[in-house]
Design a protein around this ligand. Structure first.
Ligand code: NAD
Length: 307
């Protein structure tokens, strides 16, 4: 019987489904113990991970029988893809399965930050009744700039258009026909910085995208946009982001992902209750519904792979 190791949280029905067919070891905190993980990976045919298990070369060289990696989510930056393809190990992300959750997160942050909800809430609960000056704005008629127009970028564009927003996107790797199909304009990154009221990032973390938003790019933004990052932390230079906010180059930000996770003190100590910002702990893609979809999808793919 094939052996499957699951090193992070997987929805229970999905664990049960693969357990009917395989010898499954479900140990959701195993990713925290590299030594134990190293000894267990030796004999498994497949491993299922989220984003905390670091499947680097040092670990993968121990996995002599490994043929399949299931990723409970998208974004493969915790997996040595080159090593896997060299050794013909199939890596299966749950493409699209949490896209609705992330897209809704982006819309909810856009609305909250346009309406200055975080400081309004803090002011009200501290008894200040901060009614004026009113800075609240509408999503209707705003330009949303999407960095990356893949599965999630496309979902965001559809939701945002229902609110009457105009969409521009920077993604040199997609065909013009995608832009026509989704009724958006493909632009250069510099033009997107110049015209957007909200900038939301939906890129993979690569050498090209690392540090893409830094003080110099914030300086090119003309409309004091709101910045939303639900992709990967290192795409935005966090120190520059806070400086850009304090220098009034941007009017708010939402971060779900950070340069290092959990987020470090030297970052959050610079955040105050009066700032128009929302910080969440890498949960944009995690909902009760998406956990089910992601788990079932990877369970099915694992079963199909070994058929
Ligand atoms: N916070 C969360 O919970 C969460 C959940 C799901 C996904 N994510 C992150 O969101 C990212 C986007 O997910 P997706 O499913 O839309 O991925 P996707 O692969 O469908 O889309 C990514 C897009 O980025 C484009 N791209 C790649 N390099 C680029 C570059 N240098 N410049 C401009 N465009 C470039 C690609 O052409 C592609 O269209 C993932 O990489 C993942 O890390 C986060």
């Amino acid at each position: 019987m094939k052996k499957i190791l699951i090193t992070e949280f997987m929805e229970q029905d999905s664990v049960n489904k693969i357990s009917e067919q395989f010898d499954v070891n479900y140990d959701p905190s195993l990713h925290e113990n590299v030594e134990r993980l190293s000894s267990q990976i030796v004999s498994v045919d497949a491993i299922i991970v989220r984003n905390k298990t670091q499947l680097n070369e040092a670990l993968l060289t121990k996995a002599r029988k490994l043929r399949f990696v299931g990723r409970l989510g998208v974004g493969l930056d915790n997996i040595d893809i080159d090593y896997c393809s060299e050794k013909s190990i199939v890596v299966q992300p749950a493409t699209g399965m949490n896209a609705d959750s992330v897209a809704e997160y982006v819309i909810s942050c856009s609305l909250s930050l346009l309406k200055n909800i975080p400081p309004a809430h803090q002011g009200t609960v501290s008894g200040k009744w901060p009614r004026s000056p009113i800075k609240s704005r509408e999503l209707q008629g705003k330009t949303i700039g999407l960095l990356g127009f893949g599965v999630i970028g496309k979902k965001v564009s559809m939701l945002a258009q229902a609110f009457g927003s105009k969409i521009v996107a920077y993604d040199p790797y997609i065909p013009q026909s995608d832009a026509e199909k989704y009724n958006i304009s493909l632009v250069k990154s510099r033009d997107l910085f110049e015209c957007s009221d909200i900038i939301s990032i939906h890129l993979p973390l690569t050498n090209e995208t690392k540090n893409l938003l830094n003080y110099s790019s914030f300086s090119e933004m003309k409309n004091k946009p709101i910045i939303i990052n639900s992709s990967r932390g290192s795409i935005v230079n966090q120190r520059d982001l806070v400086k850009a906010y304090n220098d009034d180059l941007i009017s708010g930000f939402a971060l779900d992902v950070y340069e290092s996770e959990p987020v470090k003190e030297d970052f959050y100590l610079n955040i105050s209750n009066t700032m128009n910002c929302i910080l969440t702990p890498h949960t944009a893609g995690v909902t009760i519904e998406s956990n089910k979809r992601v788990g079932q999808f990877i369970a099915d793919k694992t079963i199909q792979f070994f058929k």
